[in-house]
Design a protein around this ligand. Structure first.
Ligand code: COI
Length: 365
């Protein structure tokens, strides 16, 4: 597909310190843009990343009709950049659009835009393992109209940014606490899709968790306040005895793509894996009996994030010896090994993008 392209006059890359990348703060030279108006999508285009101008009546600012995705591209070698499960991310983006009453996009256009961005911004893909080019597709209601109803216009962007680890802890274990007065989502709500408001609503509980000295919130279900759902920006796994348990997709849990990858790897390794309801009491009990061998989160931004401590209602459970557990390490090594093209990809998760302009690659390896 031939996309209308306006390249930057001068790249900003020389201003970037790839040795100290703050997650989500630095953006590559180009972005993809497509506008839906009067019932259909207009011509997609690639243009320089930069400000867009709207009046304060912009619908999304008032009612939050916005969806996004988070995916990553990985440097393999001078010829190849790997996208990880782009089709799954695009499918979930369309599911989010459906729930938020927004127009869906075609995969062909999405992937063509993404590949073109990677060709243009090859140099922005970090070379070092542990770093990647984070890809953020975003759609929002862009009609300048403040009635509370679905918008008549939408803007869709794909922007990319070179990133390192999401948490300050890197791959080191984090700590979690259940919130004492907040809930995240209910079945039938929007908890299972990636819409902006889900995250805005989590900032107050996340701040309170941080003020108490914990890294993130461990969400419980909103009805009985007993069933574990997910963590602020990740899904969650418990290794209890020899079984890997993760909360089932109850309608209020995000259908994480890294979560899916962990389950598929576990099954391939013949590890017993259960996606089911699990109460916080069961987790604490398993901890007290010494059966809670490991806990880790999974997510695109976080990859695999080991958990060393869970706090709930005045009780604290230390997990394992406080270090990264062997299963979390195995999952991390397998997923990142596939992503960076170091391991075979028996699941067919990666989409290699062949780089045609080799002169672009100048960062040192
Ligand atoms: C991701 O893991 O990519 C996410 O979208 C989480 C985000 C809030 C950083």
């Amino acid at each position: 597909m031939d996309l209308k392209t306006t390249p930057v006059e001068k790249s900003r890359i020389s201003e970037v310190d790839f040795e100290s990348l703050d997650f989500g703060r630095i953006f590559s030279d180009h972005m993809f843009e497509m506008v839906w108006d009067k019932g259909s999508w207009g011509e997609p285009q690639i243009k320089p990343y930069g400000p867009i101008s709207f009046a304060p009546a912009l619908n999304v600012l008032h009612y939050g009709q916005a969806v996004f995705e988070g995916m990553k591209a990985y440097y393999v070698n001078k010829e190849t950049i790997n996208l990880f499960r782009p089709e799954d991310h695009h499918k979930r983006l369309n599911q989010s659009c459906w729930r938020m009453c927004m127009p869906e996009t075609d995969y062909e256009i999405f992937i063509a835009g993404l590949e073109k961005l990677l060709q243009l911004d090859t140099e922005w893909v970090p070379r070092k393992k542990g770093r990647a080019l984070y890809v953020r597709p975003l759609m929002f209601a862009s009609e300048e109209y403040i009635a509370a109803r679905e918008s008549g216009r939408y803007h869709f962007y794909i922007m990319t940014c070179p990133v390192a680890a999401y948490y300050n802890e890197g791959f080191n274990p984090v700590t979690l606490t259940t919130p004492d007065k907040f809930v995240r989502a209910v079945k039938g709500g929007t908890g299972e899709v990636k819409t902006a408001g889900n995250y805005a609503a989590s900032f107050r509980p996340a701040r309170e968790a941080r003020e108490k000295g914990f890294t993130q919130v461990l969400w419980l279900d909103a009805i009985e306040n007993r069933y574990v759902e997910e963590v602020g920006t990740m899904n969650i796994f418990f290794l209890i005895g020899d079984t890997l348990v993760t909360p089932q997709l109850s309608g209020s849990v995000l259908n994480g793509i890294t979560r899916r990858s962990v389950i598929e790897i576990a099954k391939k390794e013949n590890l017993a894996v259960e996606s089911r309801r699990i109460t916080i009491d069961e987790v604490l009990e398993a901890g007290k009996k010494g059966q809670l061998r490991e806990v880790f989160g999974s997510g695109t931004a976080a990859v695999i994030s080991p958990v060393r401590l869970i706090h709930h209602a005045g009780q604290k459970i230390d997990i394992g010896d406080g270090n990264i557990g062997p299963l979390a390490k195995k999952m991390f090594d397998t997923i990142t090994g596939i992503q960076y093209g170091e391991l075979d990809d028996p699941f067919n998760w990666t989409r290699p993008v062949k780089i045609t302009n080799k002169s672009k690659i100048s960062q040192t390896e």
